[in-house]
Write a protein that binds this ligand. Structure first.
Ligand SMILES: Cc1cc2nc3c(=O)[nH]c(=O)nc-3n(C[C@H](O)[C@H](O)[C@H](O)COP(=O)(O)OP(=O)(O)OC[C@H]3O[C@@H](n4cnc5c(N)ncnc54)[C@H](O)[C@@H]3O)c2cc1C
Length: 417
């Protein structure tokens, strides 16, 4: 499967995460003789959407991890390396160990970069003395240690000022913590604060109001325009920049536990490449047409997933709908046909609001609630918790990564539960 000798491929895929594996599997399913290499440095493939449940003690960490070699689709080559440089003018990518690989077509999907260092004191503080984050596989189990052993005090959850993957994850873990604190009899002695750098609890109307109600019912203090900028671990202090009409003011809040959703950005090697958008919301991201997923400058380059400029919420669910469009359009380009498949911005964030409760937030470029299920998607439902907890992980490993489509049209058994 790994082929270190060859230096030219018809298609090179940068990143073998959710997007890279899914799109490669779909391409090979349709054209098994394609010559494709996936460049991916990691030995492991992660099902990140379940890290929220790991942090909430409702999922085993080991069930979110598989060997990357077992995920690489049959027929694809795996180059175990990280890309350091993209030279689309020469149809070349350069690996960190200096190898130069050429291609006819390129798919860029190395995910989003987590910028822990942008919060002063955070990198050193993580994973001990009450500081955690589900955004890293190493710390999700520690989140559960903190939550289940919490004895009362200040529990703080944060949301940063940058785009992030799964924008619902920072609050989902807070709702699981709230329920665990209630169950363990410490909720009365606990103040839960959600420090949100932006002005809304969720970007999509309909789901936003539903979540405001959930937070209010749980007596969670939601503090808008509070941007975490420093952790003083020795004093257990979180420093926020608070924006008001009068300007920006710095405040310090004591914590007994803090779950941080860190700032994120496009990977540095994308930001500095000529594939990056130059201005506006695309700046730094792989600059693709939001419908066809083809690069706006280099027609033999495509992108999907978290590293792309696609103006939708960054989720694995979005990739489920992006991958078939990209595969179709790339094969059309290879066959000199028109690129007539379009992505409508579909994404989905299963908003876990408690154990056994989930709002299945689906929406697209219109920014309006949209459901695959024939019921009001803004309601908390047990059936959607079952989908999040059991159905989606199964479908991810067994259908999505294998290039099989799955549509929930016939999930009638879930109706109105
Ligand atoms: C806590 C948490 C909760 C989430 N919850 C949900 C959810 O409920 N529902 C949902 O749909 N999504 C959820 N997500 C988001 C989802 O996991 C991501 O949107 C999805 O994994 C993005 O896929 P991707 O392929 O773009 O990036 P990734 O899956 O992150 O893969 C990127 C790959 O690129 C590789 N790579 C990085 N740098 C390089 C390089 N230089 N060269 C080559 N390869 C490189 C990486 O090793 C990685 O394998 C969640 C994520 C987190 C962290």
């Amino acid at each position: 499967m790994t082929n270190q000798a060859k230096n030219h491929y018809q298609i090179v895929v940068v990143g073998g995460g959710s997007a890279g594996i899914t799109v490669t599997a779909q391409l090979l399913k349709q054209e098994s003789n394609l010559d494709i290499a996936i460049v991916e440095p990691s030995d492991k493939h992660y099902y990140q959407p379940a890290w929220t449940l790991v942090g909430g003690g409702a999922y085993k960490l080991e069930d979110t991890i598989k060997e990357e070699r077992d995920c690489i689709p049959t027929g694809a080559s795996w180059i175990k390396a990280a890309i350091a440089e993209l030279n689309p003018e020469q149809n070349t990518v350069i690996t960190q160990d200096g190898r130069s690989i050429t291609y006819d077509y390129l798919i860029v999907c190395p995910g989003i970069q987590i910028d822990w260092h942008l919060i002063k004191g955070l990198p050193e503080a993580l994973g001990k003395n009450g500081v955690t984050s589900n955004y890293d596989v190493r710390y999700a189990p520690y989140t559960w240690e903190l939550i289940k052993n919490f004895k009362g005090g200040n529990a703080i959850f944060t949301f940063p000022a940058t785009p992030i993957k799964c924008a619902g994850a920072p609050q989902k873990i807070m709702y699981l913590a709230d329920e665990t604190f209630c169950k363990n009899g410490v909720r009365n002695q606990t103040k839960i604060t959600y420090g949100v750098a932006v002005a809304k609890i969720f970007g999509v109307p309909g789901y936003c109001e539903a979540l405001e109600k959930v937070a209010a019912k749980k007596e969670i203090l939601v503090q808008y325009k509070h941007n975490l900028k420093e952790i003083k671990a020795d004093r257990k202090e979180a420093i926020f920049d608070v924006t008001t009409e009068a300007g920006v003011q710095e405040i310090s809040v004591n914590y007994d536990m803090i779950h941080v959703a860190p700032p994120m950005s496009p990977p540095d090697f994308i930001k500095t490449s000529s594939l990056a958008g130059k201005e506006g919301p695309s700046k730094g991201w792989v600059d693709v047409n939001k419908f066809t997923l083809q690069h706006n400058v280099f027609p033999n380059v495509f992108s999907l997933g978290d590293a792309s400029s696609l103006p939708t919420s960054r989720t694995a669910a979005a990739i489920r709908k992006q991958a078939p469009v990209l595969a179709h359009n790339l094969l059309a380009l290879i066959g000199a046909r028109s690129l007539d498949s379009q992505y409508g911005g579909y994404t989905c964030c299963p908003l876990v609001t408690g154990y056994g409760k989930t709002i299945m937030a689906e929406f697209d470029y219109d920014g309006k609630p949209k459901s695959s299920f024939p019921f009001d998607p803004t309601q908390e439902r047990w059936s959607m918790w079952m989908v999040k907890r059991y159905v989606l992980p199964y479908l991810y490993w067994n259908r999505m990564l294998k290039g099989e489509s799955f549509e929930p049209d016939n999930w009638k058994f879930l109706l109105n539960r």
